[in-house]
Design a protein around this ligand. Structure first.
Ligand code: DP6
Length: 349
């Protein structure tokens, strides 16, 4: 017999960034972070997990290519879910698995991303969140999504925020064992549904410095990171929570842009410096800043993760349409400075 579960998890985009760990194994951050989860139909990972007595080892395929599961992060997630596995009884298929049997059973994992892996589009976030969620269902673990987020966190920090829709906060927590470092939903996806997210894909190439290596270097060498984690983010997180609660786009945009810029300033303050944004990213920032200043209040927020691609959050559909027109004007297709593509939800142009 084979028992199979398929899950789909969207990626999330941080508007208050996580950058820096205080514990690298448990993946515990130096500050709280806040993100917005994209629509489940867009930019997501689909993962099928299967278990069968005929599988002789744990195996994984990513976008159709076999991928080693030996990495510590995968093993940590698998171990944590196995430890929480419960009895399974599927009468229709005649499958009966006792809690104690899970230790002896191997799993196969097949995962697909519908967006470029490791191009700064937070693919690890959707990937680990989906893996943990699917394994939990496969093994009938009873934990709620916040508890599962603490396991997904051990795969990739940002993954813990993808277990919820809407706006999500990852509380850094204080406990040394990481038990209070988990994600909570601030508001659900209906709370602020007029926002439109457009991703300007500046480059779909794999990034040069992984987030993991980058943040390790920043923690070791950047004084600005220390200031950011202790002084800036605690205040900014509270202000961001207020802005989200009140759907105050002006404050939201100001805080999100400032936080993205400070994160990239920390990268520059790292030794050796890390450059995630490129000239095109900088031109997009200038274009949005200029436009926002010409309006009564900001129409678009920008934020950049560990790569050059711009995530643009428009106030509403009208602002999104105007933004696309401006981007097409500034970066005409087939010119030297054109963008790889634009992604609005599932529509690429
Ligand atoms: C810039 O979650 O990819 O996207 O925990 O080492 O796997 P690891 O790092 P990762 O870092 C994401 C960093 C970021 C900001 C964010 O998503 O908050």
């Amino acid at each position: 017999w084979v028992r199979m579960v398929t899950a789909q998890t969207p990626t999330n985009i941080a508007v208050i960034k996580y950058w820096g760990k205080r514990d690298e194994t448990l993946i515990l951050p130096v500050n709280d972070s806040i993100s917005v989860t994209l629509d489940p139909a867009h930019l997501c990972t689909t993962t099928t997990v299967a278990v069968s007595p005929s599988f002789d080892q744990d195996r994984m395929w990513l976008n159709g290519k076999e991928f080693s599961l030996s990495g510590g992060r995968y093993q940590n997630c698998l171990r944590e879910i196995r430890a929480r596995a419960c009895d399974v009884q599927d009468e229709e298929k005649g499958i009966k698995i006792a809690k104690k049997d899970w230790e002896k059973l191997n799993v196969h994992v097949a995962s697909y991303n519908n967006f470029p892996t490791a191009a700064g589009l937070a693919s690890s976030a959707a990937g680990f969140a989906c893996l943990v969620f699917a394994l939990a269902k496969l093994m009938n673990a009873k934990e709620d999504n916040s508890e599962l987020s603490a396991i997904a966190r051990q795969g990739s920090g940002s993954a813990c925020r993808s277990l919820f829709g809407g706006f999500v906060k990852w509380n850094m927590g204080k406990a040394e064992d990481g038990s209070d470092s988990l994600a909570v939903q601030l508001v659900d996806e209906k709370h602020w549904d007029e926002l439109v997210i457009i991703i300007a894909v500046v480059s779909s190439r794999q990034k040069e410095t992984s987030s993991t290596t980058g943040m390790r270097d920043s923690v070791e060498t950047s004084l600005l990171l220390e200031h950011r984690a202790k002084e800036v983010v605690p205040k900014r997180t509270k202000q961001m929570e207020e802005a989200i609660k009140n759907r105050d786009f002006g404050s939201f945009a100001q805080l999100a842009c400032a936080d993205s810029n400070q994160f990239h300033a920390v990268c520059l303050d790292t030794c050796p410096p890390i450059f995630y944004m490129n000239d095109t990213s900088h031109r997009i920032i200038s274009c949005v800043e200029k436009w926002n200043r010409s309006e009564e209040s900001p129409q678009v927020a920008y934020t950049f993760d560990a790569g050059p691609n711009a995530v643009l959050i428009a106030h509403n559909r009208k602002a999104a349409t105007q933004l696309l027109q401006k981007l097409l004007f500034c970066f005409p297709p087939n010119s030297d400075a054109d963008l790889d593509s634009y992604v609005i939800g599932d529509k690429s142009i």
